[in-house]
Design a protein around this ligand. Sequence first.
Ligand code: PGA
Length: 269
Amino acid sequence: MRVIVESDAIGVSRTAARFVADLVRRKPDCVLGLATGSTPLGLYAELIRQNREEGLDFSRVVTFNLDEYVGLDGAHPQSYRCFMQQHLFDQINIDPRHTHVPDGRALDFESHCEQYEKLIRDSGGIDLQVLGIGSDGHIAFNEPGSSLGSRTRLKTLAPETIRDNARFFGSADAVPRLAITMGVGTILESRRCLLLATGSPKAQAISATVEGPVTAQVTASALQLHRDVVVVIDPPAAGWLTRRDYYQHVETSQKLLQSGQWSALNLER
Ligand code: PGA
């Protein structure tokens, strides 16, 4: 697990955008896994900027979103489909047929979830999955206790999540109780995961994810089992980490290695 602590939330968005944009340039028909929430907004704004000003081309990119509220159709202002249209898809040159978000109004949820998994597989699998994290340590809507082998399915939202998301619905009572979400197992099959977090309310969840034991009680901790995870956070979200100096040291060593400064690493070439 690579942990990058940027100096602020803007740095988090820029670094995250660099990972995504590098992939899109290297593999123009890549498959991106996308997340909603307030955390990736800066990342999406930077991708839109690069699309407009630097010609970052999304015409062949395929996307799969992590989750959707059950009961909301794509036109509902709080649906995740609507969020993605507003904050990314409508502002870049992506083919609408390439954008996938689970359908919160699917009639047969079981077959819809199976179909979603099949679509991911048939697209070649997710190259890079963008993730936020809930204050209870969830990734997507995989609430504490979710099986670490779970697949796309219906999930009941935890009280913490309903409370966290009440601000978007005006009150906790109006928050949907169910969601369709990719499972932890689905997420772990992505070739790379990019976990973003900003602000002190995420500090405990980030510490449990990076330095705690792997447990279904903090589903993000399952990322410790993945071979290519990059965690990009700001100093408040890093506030509970005990090995922050070491993570910084790793980043410095990587830069020295890449720039050929062998002697600084006591290496001879
Ligand atoms: P947030 O949500 O980005 O709005 O904090 C993250 C999440 O709950 O996964």
